[in-house]
Design a protein around this ligand. Sequence first.
Ligand SMILES: [Mg+2]
Length: 475
Amino acid sequence: MSLPIPPQRPSMCPRQASSSSFADAFDDARRKLDEMGVQEPGEDEVLSPSLSASSSATDVSAATAGVESPSPLSPATPTTVPITPMVEDVADNFAFAFDIDGVLIRGGRPIPEAVEAMKVLNGENEWGVKVPYIFLTNGGGKFETERCHDLSEQLEIDVRPGQFICGHTPMREFADRYGTVLVVGGEGEKCRDVAESYGFRDVVTPGDILKANAHTAPFRKLTDKEHANSRDLLARHGAEKLSDIVIEAIFVFADSRDWASDLQIILDIAQSKGGRLETRSETFDEGPPIYFSHNDVLWSAAHEHARLGMGALRRIVETVFEDTTGGKKLKTHAFGKPQVSTFEFATRLLQQWRATQHGLRQTKPPATVYFVGDTPESDIRGTNAMDAISENEWYSILVKTGVYQPGTEPKYKPRKLVDTVLDAVNHGIRREMARLASGKDTGGRILPLNDVGLKAVAEGQSPDIEGQDSFLTMA
Ligand SMILES: [Mg+2]
C-alpha cells in the first residue's frame, strides 16, 4: 500500500495542464500571476541586496508562515506504532529538492552533514524508506553532466542529469526561438559549447565582438588563446560590416568573468537599432530581449562573506542603461529561483525522475515537496511563491550554512529554520511520518512515537504538524 495522501489545502489557483516547454511555462506563469494580481518574484522590481530588510509587499507567502524555533524534545518514553509499508520502500507522497551552494557544497567542498543527509534519503533511516530528490541550483557555466559528475564525487552518491537543474538548463527550451544570440559568462568557450549543445544555432560571445573591434572595451585585451578561440564574425555571417549582424537575444548563462567588458557589450546591444551591432537607437526601446539565468545578488562561496552574483550585474545593466539614455527603462528577464516558472520546470523534472528512477508513474505530483535552501531571496521566496499557486505543498526550509546569517531575520520567512541540511532532511521525514501516524491507515511499518504522539494518535487526533517533533522519538 502506498502512503495516504494527506488532506489537500485549499487551492488558490487550480493547476492547469502542463505546458509543453519551459518557454511556454515561463509565459504561462507570468500570465497566471498577472491574472491573480501577484508579481512574480524577481521581475520588474529592484530587490534590495540587504538580507535583513523587512518583507516586501510582493511577498505572497511570508505573511502566512513565521520562522519556527526547534521544538523542545519530549522526554517521554520511546515506543512504536505500526504504519503502512510503502511501494518498494520508496516514499510516493513526498520528495525533496535542494539548492546546492551553501546547502550541500561550499567553496568546492561538501558541507559535512550533506553526505549523511544523502544517505538518509537513500534509505539509511529508521524506516528504511528511500525518498526521491532533485537538485535545483542557480549556478551554472558547465554542462549538466559535468556538474553531476562533480556533485557525485563530492556527495559520494550517483547524481544523474535527470535529477539536476542548473541556472541555464531552462534556456535550452528557447533554442528554437532565436537565430543569432549573444551568450555571456563562464570560463573560456564553455558557455558557447553548452548553448550549442542546447540547440542554439548561432552563438556569439563577447570575445567574438572584441576580436572584431578591439576598441569595444578599451581596457580589455584578449589573450592569445582567447583570440584564437573567438570567431570571425564577418566571415561567419558573410557580412561586410558588423552592423549587418543582428543579435536577436542576449542570454547571460553564467557569472561574468570580466564585468566591465561584458557590461559594455550588453549595453551596446541593448541600446542598438534592433540588435544590430555597432548601431545606436534614437529611441532606446528596440533592443533585443535580455535573459539572465538567475537573479541572485549574493551567493555562498569559499570566502567568509557572501560574494556578488549575477543579480548584481543585472541591476547594474538596468541602472546604467537608464543613466545613459536619459531615463529610459530597460526590462530584463531572469530565470532560476525565485521565478515560479523555474519551480514548475522542477515539478516536471521531479515527475520524470520519480517515474524513471523510482517507478512512481502516477500522474499526481507528490503531496509535499520539501525545498532546502540557504538564500531567503531566491530559495525561500520562490518556494513560498510556488506554494501559494500550487495544488501540492511546497515547504520551505532554510539552513544556516550559507548566505543566510544566523541571528538575523530573513527577508522571506521559511516554514522551518534549521542548522544544516541533515536537520532539514530529518525534519521533513519526521513530519511525514507524524502525518502518516495521524491517518487511518496504520498497518504494517513501525513508526517510533513517544507517549505524547501515541496518545494523540490513540485519541484520533492529528499530531500538530508544525510542532510534531514533540510527538516523535528522537533516538
Ligand atoms: Mg545557495
